[in-house]
Design a binder for this molecule. Structure first.
Ligand code: PLP
Length: 399
């Protein structure tokens, strides 16, 4: 679906289909099912000769409005919304893969995505291989044999590693694989995976798309043929359906997505620079900073650095905990992409389960802190971080 309008306009007007009442805001069709005028109409609906909603497990007007708006935003032919981001990832992979297939994935994946790849897929006889995101030679070796799918995440959580989308998509396609890209960290605004050759884009709408900590949601976007013939039957019959109420909340979220992401990204850049020059910080990772190890690649495929900043403080787990516990404004939470700034200690929470060896491989040391920058005044955020770093170094000196 292409559009002649600009993104901020599509985020408000995309997918609108008003009822005869002419409501300003989208109507919420909070209904599980639909009725027919006649037995003939029911018959024709099931035969597919007329278009009529049947059952909200596989189609609802409010959810359809969200799907259309997301498709316009992404530049995708089709979209299906799901109950959570994980339902989107699971649906994209399991609707397509079968026993004997092979999936290649970037090693640095969101925790539950890592579990699906490393634990669930092998149970169904699907061969899996992990590749270190920045290692193009390793990607080349992985695609020297045929594969059916690839799962990527860039920038990755929490170290903000970048996968070269164009290069990996070319290699994947030569090996016969469809590329699934989890675009949560960059948001649909700052990175357009379809333009780099990705076939399918997945989102946790729980993050920036809602962006106000209210609902869970997810989306899968891709070509109409794949969405209708491969994904839709899987979703229809397995039922990871988004509630129409949550679809409506996410439509409201999309209306302000561009102003929120722009404002949070500006704050994140200023905070990354402040942390980068702070004596209480060992290292900062932010894609838009020249000292990011893959800065040039990041800025080739992203239009800005995004809303997440990762940094390392001295003193390992204790040092990181001292900083987290001294924060007054920024809350400790494993969530991200919220109007509230949130801070996470990955080694003891989101990345606890993968174990110390895998963490070491991914560079997630015990001093690493992930910050999701929200919409508070940047001066208050910087002051909170400064006083927490100061308090942490005082306790370190006293210890
Ligand atoms: C949060 C997240 C998910 C999972 O989404 P849920 O809505 O929590 O199910 C998947 N991938 C990434 C990168 C995420 O940040």
């Amino acid at each position: 679906m292409t559009s002649h309008r600009h993104t901020a306009t599509d985020l408000i007007h995309g997918g609108i289909s008003r009822t005869p009442h002419g409501e300003t805001s989208e109507a919420i069709f909070l209904t599980s099912g639909f009725v027919y005028d006649s037995a003939e109409q029911a018959e024709a609906t099931f035969a597919g000769t007329v278009t009529h909603y049947q059952y909200s497990r596989f189609g609802n007007p409010t959810t359809a409005a969200l799907e259309q708006r997301l498709a316009v935003l992404e530049g995708a032919e089709a979209c299906r919304a799901t109950a959570t981001g994980m339902a989107a990832v699971h649906g994209a992979l399991l609707s397509h893969l079968k026993t004997g297939d092979r999936l290649v994935a970037s090693r640095a994946l969101f925790g539950s995505c890592h579990w699906i790849v490393s634990t669930l897929l092998p149970r169904y006889g699907i061969e899996i291989e992990f590749v270190d995101a920045p290692d193009l030679e390793a990607w080349r070796r992985a695609f020297s044999r045929p594969a059916q799918m690839v799962l990527l995440e860039t920038p990755s959580n929490p170290m903000l590693e970048i996968v070269d989308l164009r290069a990996v998509c070319d290699l994947a396609h030569q090996a016969g694989a469809l590329v699934v890209m989890d675009n949560v960290f960059a948001t649909p605004l700052l990175q357009k995976p379809l333009e780099y050759g990705c076939d399918i884009v997945v989102y946790s709408a729980t993050k920036h798309i809602d962006g106000q900590g209210r609902v869970l949601g997810g989306a899968v976007l891709g070509r109409a043929k794949w969405v209708e013939e491969t994904l839709q039957p899987f979703l229809r019959n397995t039922g990871p359906t988004l509630s129409p109420f949550n679809a409506w909340v996410l439509l409201k979220g999309l209306e302000t997505l561009s102003v929120r992401v722009e404002a949070a990204t500006a704050r994140a850049g200023a905070i990354a620079d402040m942390l980068g020059g702070h004596p209480g910080v060992r290292r900062v990772w932010y894609p838009a900073r020249a000292d990011h190890p893959q800065h040039e690649l990041a800025m080739r495929q992203m239009s800005a650095g995004g809303t997440l900043v990762t940094f390392e403080v001295p003193g390992g787990r204790d040092g990181a905990f001292r900083v987290l516990n001294a924060l007054r404004l920024i809350a400790i939470s494993n969530n991200l992409g919220d109007a509230r700034s949130l801070v996470t200690h990955p080694a003891t929470t989101t990345h606890m389960r993968i174990g110390p060896e895998e963490r070491a491989r991914l560079g997630i040391t015990d001093g690493v802190i992930r910050l999701s920058v929200g919409l508070e005044d940047v001066r208050d955020l910087q002051a909170d971080l400064a006083q927490a770093l100061e308090a942490a170094s005082r306790t370190r000196a006293a210890a």
